[in-house]
Design a binder for this molecule. Structure first.
Ligand code: ATR
Length: 479
């Protein structure tokens, strides 16, 4: 077989098929392969007219169809299937060839696979791909890790098929080994937080201001014209305006209120605990989904008393709506900021040289968290590559300062009325924790020293100290 293909895609379920079509539509010759050959045949049958596909039945045929250095993209389930496919193809490749894993792998697996294949001279590129099946076909946000050399060869192709914003591609080399899959994981964690914050805003407008879902849809549509402009706000307006055809009721009222999750949000929180990064809004968002899906716990709590409900006048409802917009915006800034802190912590831990401004840049299009304010996050991180937090940037700080009173009002109103706003409250608590001059962590250190002789440091002297709690009059020991 002639080696004509610029790239090969193996694993032709929805994501793989759409990525292969995206490459072909951009003029690349694409070798296509699937464990079950019928999928390969149906791709060529249904979409062969969109470009040049080279169907391959066997692994050998597939590899032989690829120009060198070979670019072989794996689009199968994360985990054991990915390892099986790597083991099938690696022996057929030569030094300098590239394997790209476009699935949702855990970054630790990507680090392991990259190291093992590097030994064999093969570049392994773990690439996060966001945007679902629509994005895969028409332009996703792509977060590739792996070596710089691999990106030099592969990058132009990924940039061509990615989403574009203001002419700029939504793909960039994130960093070495697992950096791409790490950033994709954090993207999904931020997505969890953003969705939960929007859901809490809806709940407050529904329960406190007593607007109907359609009215709240209209409010979200207005918000989408402003600084909250984003894909998630846009689709929220659509979902809230949707009427169930069977019952004529608002769609949101006929959907069971138990949220599912696939795992990337959980990975974000687990990883953050390992790195000591307080991604509290993501954690609350993940736990809110877990709590919603625990019917017996919910039954046990259901009849317990809540807060006081006072109906609002029309003008009070309008004022409250403005407070919720402020609370949503400020909380969203915190959620994205926590995500960037997690990426910064991982970069330090794993030695990744990550351009944080560029990460914000490639999230502006193609992916679920695409939002107008990512342009400003990009500007802030580009202006100061060592920016510790968005709140260290004056334009974000000014907005959050302006929002903080209504933000508190919204959270306090929710607490008084007995409405849970875990992500709003977590974001506000994060703001107040990091703002505080003194934290009660001092007392925790005292407790730890009391029961476990863990020692403490003092504010007035260097060193570690232990108090003899059973003989408090004895001088403290300095360790
Ligand atoms: P999606 O979510 O896009 O539908 P997925 O479930 O992540 O896709 O991946 C399914 C793909 O992985 C299929 O192409 C599947 O091949 P088959 O069509 O033969 O089932 C492929 N796949 C799963 N396990 C595999 C394995 N062990 N070896 C090779 N391919 C495998």
């Amino acid at each position: 077989m002639n080696a004509t293909a610029h790239i090969g895609v193996t694993g032709l379920a929805v994501m793989g098929r759409n990525l292969a079509r995206n490459f072909a539509r951009h003029g690349y010759t694409v070798a296509v392969h699937n464990r079950t050959p019928s999928r390969t045949r149906s791709l060529v049958q249904d979409f062969g007219h969109e470009g040049t596909f080279v169907p391959a039945e066997t692994a050998r045929e597939f590899v032989d169809a690829l120009q060198r250095p070979r670019r072989l993209m794996i689009m199968v389930q994360a985990g054991a299937a990915t390892d099986a496919v790597i083991e099938e193809f690696a022996p057929l490749l030569e030094p300098g060839d590239m394997m790209i894993d476009g699935g949702n792998a855990h970054f630790a697996d990507t680090r392991r696979r990259e190291a093992a294949l590097r030994e064999r001279g093969i570049h392994f590129v773990g690439a996060g791909v966001s945007g679902g099946e629509e994005g895969a076909l028409n332009g996703p946000s792509i977060m590739p890790g792996g070596s710089k050399e691999a990106y030099a060869v592969l990058g132009p192709m990924l940039e061509t098929i990615s989403a574009h914003v203001d002419g700029e591609p939504c793909s960039t080399h994130i960093g070495t080994d697992g950096a791409g899959h790490f950033v994709k994981m954090v993207h999904n964690g931020i997505e969890y937080a953003d969705m939960q914050l929007i859901a809490e805003a809806y709940d407050l407008l529904r329960q406190v201001a007593e607007y109907s879902p359609a009215e709240i849809g209209a409010i979200f549509r207005t918000w989408n014209q402003g600084r909250l402009n984003s894909y998630l706000i846009e689709i929220t307006a659509e979902v809230l305006s949707h009427t169930d055809a069977d019952t004529g009721r608002p769609f949101v009222d006929v959907v069971a209120d138990a949220a599912g999750q696939k795992g990337t949000g959980r990975w974000t929180v687990q990883t953050a605990l390992d790195l000591g990064t307080p991604v509290t809004t993501v954690a609350q968002a993940a736990f809110a989904r877990s709590a919603s899906s625990r019917p017996s716990l919910r039954t046990a709590y259901r009849s317990l008393p809540g807060g006081t409900r006072v109906p609002l006048s029309r003008s009070e409802a309008e004022r409250f709506t403005a407070q919720v917009e402020q609370a949503l915006y400020a909380s969203k800034v915190i959620a994205y900021d926590q995500g960037f802190t997690l990426i910064q912590d991982a970069a330090a831990e794993y030695g990744w040289d990550i351009d944080f401004g560029a990460v914000a840049g490639i999230w502006r299009g193609g992916c679920i968290i695409r939002a107008a304010f990512l342009d400003r996050i990009r500007a802030a991180h580009t202006a100061d590559p060592s920016l510790v937090s968005l709140l260290a940037d004056t334009s974000f700080a000014d907005e959050v300062i302006a929002a903080q009173v209504p933000w508190r009002e919204a959270v306090a109103s929710a607490a008084r009325r007995g409405i849970a706003t875990p992500a709003f409250a977590a974001a506000l608590a994060y703001y107040d924790t990091l703002r505080a001059g003194r934290l009660p962590a001092a007392l925790l250190q005292g407790q730890r020293d009391y029961f476990g002789a863990h020692t403490y440091r003092r504010t007035d002297r260097e060193g570690s100290f232990h108090t003899h709690w059973e003989q408090p009059e004895r001088p403290e020991t300095s360790a």
